[in-house]
Design a protein around this ligand. Sequence first.
Ligand SMILES: Nc1ncnc2c1ncn2[C@@H]1O[C@H](COP(=O)(O)OP(=O)(O)OP(=O)(O)O)[C@@H](O)[C@H]1O
Length: 744
Amino acid sequence: MTSDLERAGSRDVEHVGPILDGELVDDTLPQPRRRTVRRRVGRWLRRAWQSAPVVRARSLAAYRVRQAPRDVARLVWFVARGMWRWLLKFWQWATYADLRADARRARLAGDAEARRAAQELIRSDATARWAKLGIAVRRFVITVRVAAPVVAVLWAVAAFMERADMWTWLAEVYTGLDAAWSVLVFLGPVVLWALPLVLVVAAAFEGRDRTPGAGWLVQPDRDDADSWIDERMISRALAHLGIAPLDKFYRDGGELVYTVAARKDGDGTAAQIRLPMGVTADMVAARRSRLAANLGRAALETWPTKGSEDGILDLWVADKGVLGGRGAGDWPLVHDGQVDLFEGVPFGLSQRGLVINAPLLGVNWLIGGRPGQGKSSALRTLMLGAALDPTAELWVFVMGESPDFAPFEPRLSRYRMGMDDTVAEAATQALADLLTEMERRGKTLGEQPGRPPKVSRKLADKRALGLHPLVCAIDECHELFQHPKFGKRAAELAVRLIKRGRKYGVVLLLATQSPTKDSIPREITRNISCGVAFSVADQVANDGLLGSGRYAAGVRATELRINTDRGTCVAVGITDEVFELVRTFYVPFEDGADDVTPVIARAMASIEDAGRAVETAERIEIEAAPVDHLADIAHVLGDEQRVRTQTVLTRLAEYNADEYEPWAFADLKAVLTDHGQRLRKVRGLMYVHADDVAAARRQARGEATGEAPETGGVLPLASPDQDPSVDQGKHPGGRRGNATTEDP
Ligand SMILES: Nc1ncnc2c1ncn2[C@@H]1O[C@H](COP(=O)(O)OP(=O)(O)OP(=O)(O)O)[C@@H](O)[C@H]1O
């Protein structure tokens, strides 16, 4: 081939012009720039196709396509149901169904007035309705009467006159009328065509499924599980609890009534819901874990409880994760501050994030829970608060080997700790002493001007009266109540104390691991005013601490997780709320950390500053007056001159059950005869005479001052009519009462 070319080049080739340098372009070969752009676009499209919103939109579209037949069927069903609902509404309106229902209800309840009012309302409503119709018809007639001649004139003018012959203004009127007519002619058919469509859409809306969350553009996923709580979400969660009447309510298109709309409440959201017919709050509380799951929360974070009525649900839902492992922080009084026990002691943070000032006066406490969950620490916090009130007297009994209260020792009037019988005996004795003290306080209170019903701050401050707060704490109290020798008596005493001690500033704080009916007397759990439950194992323990029926009502310490929720408790009676979920303050006293001792040192200093001393047990023993039978008899006689013996015995038993319930006729007689007096018989019935009692009392005083001076004088008598003790001084030799001379 090369030789051919050479031959041609040398002999026959003719040069026809300049030879240009060039390059062959073949567009079938890859083009570098265009290729990059296309690749970029392709990559971008691919990326967009796989981006989260597009993937979501695609899956949503696919889901909707799959659901299309079902959606169409649903649409048809909604339209039909919507029409039916309209019909029902119209029927109810036309027949005054709501007013008739009111009248029926009133008749069933026997409320004639309400029934008459409902019937009257039906009558007046019917009259008003017809009157409105009459007015509308009249207006229509008037409009036609006015409009008809105008239309007739316009028509006649247009028929007999050419538009060109008209005055300009008249021609303009006709032009305007023509334009309006053209619009009407155009819009009329459009409206007529669109109207059925609008009707169908409106009917579909009316008949749509009102189950919360049933939306056509919602994919059934749980994207909203972590979000805030609002009414839609609550309704939706309630709709999926599997409570039959609630499900039916939703199916029938019902909408829940929120008596308190969902609102931020502390570290969570609170709402109050009026439940529909056939549903109680207890039914919702019984499905607490399902409700929690529906709301995307832990069971501990979801608190459905009974509101003021069975049909009202109080719901509090904690913000996600706020309750987990977050303590209440430092006790506010750990570094400084004093306490007025009449105001309460800072105890912990409520679920709403507020500091709870727990009441100590006028209440008794029972604290319980599984071992190691914070009972003793909570009891210690309460006692630390009490220690910071310089007027308070504190007793502590720990029925086990535990140093929890050891640093309190200088501040305590009585303290025993240990497992031996002497501790149980001392605790029982303490309860007995508290009862005696309570009776003394009762009498002292009765002697105060105006007979105040309970101890107040003012009275507590008068040291001479001995009405200061007296707080007795018994840790691991089940050991005491189950003690083979002292248990029964301790339980009896504690029950009496809890029932009657509140008014007198005597407070009992009990802590136990085991709040069963065998370990804590039922009467105690029934009458306790403040119940605190740390994590407990079951319903029995829960209701033992918080009161019966609480578990069913949704107040459940069983939801508290062992160890994880250490220091968190469910409490009732410490605020006006039905219950509180309290994260308790913790004042450390373990592993070398000791914040308790400095607080006690401060408490001691405040007592000194107040010019007081730690109240001692001896004071009670000195002041505990023996019961004065004669004074009590005089008291129950009142102003009456003579009272039958049987009546006196009954009144005495009511006045001081402990002392006089066992009394019989012989005891009453003996008291008088011991002091030279007697009972009198009138027409076969025995009577106590006031004069005889007064004489006996005079003799008793004479004996006390004249014949037995070594006793140091008598203790003050409780009766308001008692003579002042100065009499004793006036008659040092004593004056023997003489029954005969004193007789009337
Ligand atoms: N409010 C709190 N905040 C943080 N930690 C706490 C709180 N209360 C208790 N704890 C922790 O729990 C531990 C056990 O507490 P405590 O001794 O009060 O439990 P308990 O229920 O009395 O146990 P037991 O029944 O064995 O006496 C404490 O040592 C402390 O570490």
